[in-house]
Design a binder for this molecule. Sequence first.
Ligand SMILES: [Fe+2]
Length: 618
Amino acid sequence: MPTGKTVNILGISALYHDSAATLIRDGNIACAVQEERFTRKKHDRQMPTHAVEYCLKEGLLKGEDLDYVVFYEKPLLKFDRILETYFAYAPKGFRQFLMAIPLWLKQKLHIPRELDKALGGGFRGKFIFTEHHESHAASAFFPSPFSEAAIVTLDGVGEWTTASVGIGRGNKIELLYELHFPHSLGLLYSAFTYFTGFKVNSGEYKLMGLAPYGRPVYADLIMDKLLDLKEDGSFRLNMDYFTYCYTDVMVGRKFEQLFGGPRRKPESPITQREMDIAASIQKVTEEIMLRIVHFAHEKTGMKNLVLAGGVALNCVGNGRILRESPFENLWIQPAAGDAGGALGAALFVHYQLLNNPRNVDEQNDMQSASYLGPVYSNHDIRQYLDSVGACYHFFEQEDSLLQQIVTCLEQGKVIGWFQGKMEFGPRALGSRSIIGDARNEQMQSRMNLKIKFRESFRPFAPSVLREQASEYFKLPPDKESPYMLLVAPVRESKRTKLNSEQEKLSGIDRLKVKRSVVPGITHVDYSARIQTVDAKRHGRYYRLLQKFRQKTGCPLVINTSFNIRGEPIVCSPQNAFHCFQSTNMDVLVLENFVLYKNEQPQMKQIEIDSYLAQFELD
Ligand SMILES: [Fe+2]
């Protein structure tokens, strides 16, 4: 290994779900990005060649300048799990097995060769493989603002592990307890995602959003029949009801019988049954999360907790952990799913293997607002806009730019907001966001149906000035949620009194009622998935919110990801302009440029249709 120079570590996650690459330089996160943002294929699982190319370009590096390339899991161990599972269930699953094997033989068992290809063949450093849950755990602990913490990881499955409890101290992590496949909280949640007609590994978020419309009438049944849950949060699933070990669907007939009929067909109407099932599995999930977290506290005696793994994106569960667990402080990796594994794997090498010291700043995590992706200058943007004949207004001064956007927000306009570095992780955090006035009663349905082309039941989240967050939400004043990973209730003082008729409404009809002074972000159970926005992390986005508050008294806006249904969040000005032109968005802000829809060359319907058709419904 070369000495006396910057050590460059490239972290990779790929070939399962949400491929990503990240570059760590002397312990700093130089960049991190998901492959889907470049290929425009949501959750793209291919070897992340575009993300790698971006990381190298960002670091002004070639493949040969890298010291370590780290893959986020151990393929041989994972293959072992697949073989053992097959033999345990054989001859069931033979077709599945036959379908999986060619890809393993061709690609997944030859990761170094595949990585080398992605790097252009010049890499001379060392390949390292970390374990899947080690990568998640490292992604939770090392970037956190804690010098020591309990670690909990929860996801579908890696090699064998599906959940772990560990401890992080200084520059080391250690996993102490594990739960193994097929007993998995992530897969349990995904089974219900599948059963309610949503897409596995993608629609889990929708299931969580649907839960407040239902009543948890099946929770006891789930506890009774589907799992054997212990006091410490560990559990065994009753595999008679699940088929994911030997088919490519999650559940079979026995499961259907238990819940009174077949699964909802995707895209068919959602009934009270799905809402009640969503509420039930959400309740069970929260119970398991809380028990595991209590166990982690008991075993580690720590006051800080860090979380990662796909289940850590369950922000309703996270909100309960914050309010109800014995831990004083909580930090969650924003890219909690497998994309974040790339980051964890690279940090694991830097700290754990190379034994580099870790200097913790208790006031700041090292995730940099998760603004870790590509950025485009005003110069780049102007060039692009000129090339497509777009009509734009350039604001030299930020102040007048923000003034103008505040006016547009007040007028009820829906605004595409594109600023600075793109977010790493599934949430838009004010860099590639669509924003609107949350006080506007029409905003929720307009944004869902006319802008995002997605299901009407789906809630929107607020970005709120950190200083004012606890005025609107039951979030302790000393707590923050900069990564939109916590749900908290809207304060009673901000709620609207319902009349007796409104009280009686059930299911989707509850959507029609104005529930607070900020109806655009108040879910039917008065919850909100909050992003707190602060001056240090969020720069211009913070200043926009401040201006909006000065003018209107309201310290928050609706913030949803800049994309349509099934589309990865926009990355480039080109992606943003196409999305803007193909939807009913009113205004587009690209750095210092403002574009109004009514001034643009009109897109032909056929062009709009072909744009929308590119993205498979999620
Ligand atoms: Fe994972």
